[in-house]
Design a protein around this ligand. Structure first.
Ligand SMILES: Nc1ncnc2c1ncn2[C@@H]1O[C@H](COP(=O)(O)OP(=O)(O)O)[C@@H](O)[C@H]1O
Ligand SMILES: [Mg+2]
Length: 449
């Protein structure tokens, strides 16, 4: 085991869930130990200094929330991420308020798990605990379009100006935000992300600005917010198009005067942070519709950088395929696996509406499912059928079970709401009469992310 590999305690009464999580963590060079109940977990924590706990909420005996409260009081330096099969906003709010580092709803995906884990470990490192070290990936930028983008990145990085990254999902906005941080004078400081749409409304403010002891029921200790944690470094507001009007006002003040207060606090704090925002929504339309403040828009949009979709970067496709394939093969412990030339041409023939992220996920699936040493064209073709762009005609059109029809109707409603709202998920959720979190779950369920 590497000395710096984080070691994570995974607690779930269902050993299958534990196994999946351990595999995901293992592929990202993290160690894990499984426990099937809270008592076993507490015993393990007493024996070994774990870096993080991931726990199911519903378990026989002591449940995940109670386990978390024990961990918070006995091992306050160990962050806890809660997993729930029945994600309800009140439960999430309660969990976060009583000290959970994060919560996830099942079924979860690899990216989501790793994102939450890395975030929790980074925060722990910020607070003085041990942590992981993330390898630097270098950048593929073979097309003229991307060379312009990278040129802009290099020129913007040394300044302290706000950057607004635009582009469809999966085009590399988060990646470039890190790149800007890495090339900036703040590179030794922390890089912190706030996913504006991921947190329920009542939590965002304390998540961002922190809170004082006793600010609300359950606020047992003072907690620093993301702005404070990013001190000396860079803060990324991801999915900035999704924030509420009241948060827009608070962000405006933060960006304009760099001033803010912790929730329940009176002391005015000053933010020593470089701000980057990212969005895939049409902010200009949101401004003219009156749902996004124009003054905030101008503050954010000092250096605008637009990432082209992958279909406009054909020159990069081969390099990206080679790179992602190699990465995934290594990850899966099949480093010598090859990709046949005709398989590559089948891949380049696709338009990849989900961009780099979709390509990366697709290659991961190919690598995992492959049984021979070489991935052939037919393997690619077989998997391609499952991509949304190749989807079969809707079951609602020609019969299908009640469940199928219901799912299809739901999918159509979600797609329509997204179209009506210019891809703004907050608006789309409002149109559908559901919470943002359930919209997120639906997007995932229907492969619309
Ligand atoms: N220029 C690039 N070179 C190599 N990998 C990249 C590049 N841009 C993005 N990626 C990878 O592609 C995936 C999707 O990028 P991401 O930044 O998450 O997109 P977005 O934030 O726009 O949804 C990530 O795994 C990222 O590491
Ligand atoms: Mg992103």
């Amino acid at each position: 085991m590497m000395p710096n590999e984080p070691h994570i305690l995974v607690v779930d009464d269902d050993p299958a869930v534990g196994k999946v999580l351990s595999a995901i963590l293992g592929q990202a060079a993290m160690q894990s130990t499984q426990a099937t109940g809270a008592d076993e977990a507490l015993a393990a924590l007493a024996r070994y200094p774990f870096d993080l706990v991931i726990s199911d909420v519903r378990m026989p005996g002591l449940d995940g929330l109670s386990l978390m409260r024990r961990v918070v009081s006995e091992w306050p330096e160990v962050p806890v991420i809660l997993l729930t099969g029945h994600g309800t906003i009140p439960l999430a709010v309660e969990a976060m308020r009583s000290g959970a580092a994060d919560f996830m709803t099942k079924p979860f995906d690899r990216e989501e798990v790793l994102f939450a884990v890395r975030k929790a470990l980074a925060i722990r490192r910020e607070l003085g605990g041990a942590g992981d070290s993330e390898p630097d990936t270098d950048t593929v930028s073979e097309s003229a379009l991307m060379r312009d983008v990278m040129d802009l990145v290099r020129r913007a990085a040394p300044s302290n100006s706000n950057v607004l990254l635009r582009g469809e999902t999966g085009t590399g906005k988060s990646f470039l935000a890190r790149e800007i941080h890495r090339l900036s004078p703040r590179h030794e400081g922390p890089f912190v992300t706030v996913v504006c749409a991921a947190l329920p409304e009542p939590l965002i403010e304390s998540e961002l600005f922190g809170h004082e002891k006793g600010a609300f029921t359950g606020a047992a200790t003072r907690k620093p917010g993301r702005v404070e944690m990013a001190r000396g470094g860079t803060l990324l507001f991801d999915e900035i198009g999704e924030i509420s009007p009241s948060l827009q006002v608070k962000l405006l003040r933060l960006l304009q005067d760099r001033d803010y207060e912790r929730v329940g606090g009176t002391e005015t704090l000053h933010a020593d942070v470089r701000f980057i925002a990212a969005t895939n929504t049409d902010l200009e339309a949101a401004v003219s519709d009156g749902v996004f403040r124009a003054d905030l828009y101008y503050r954010l949009n000092v250096v605008p950088i637009s990432l082209p979709p992958l279909r406009e970067r054909p020159g990069e496709l081969r390099r990206l395929i080679a790179r992602f394939f190699e990465e995934q093969a290594k990850r899966a412990g099949k480093p010598s696996m090859q990709l046949a030339e005709d398989a590559v041409s089948s891949l380049t023939a696709h338009s990849w509406p989900g961009n780099l992220r979709e390509l990366q996920n697709f290659l991961e699936r190919l690598v995992v499912l492959a049984d021979g040493p070489v991935v052939q064209r037919r393997d690619v073709e077989r998997e391609k059928v499952r991509l949304p762009a190749f989807a079969e005609p809707s079951p609602a059109a020609g019969g299908g079970s009640l469940l199928d029809r219901r799912a299809e109707t739901e999918r159509v409603a979600v797609v329509e709401a997204l179209q009506k709202s210019a891809n703004n998920r907050t608006l789309a959720a409002r149109l559908l009469g559901v919470s943002r979190r359930s919209l997120y779950n639906k997007l995932r369920e229907h492969g619309l992310e």
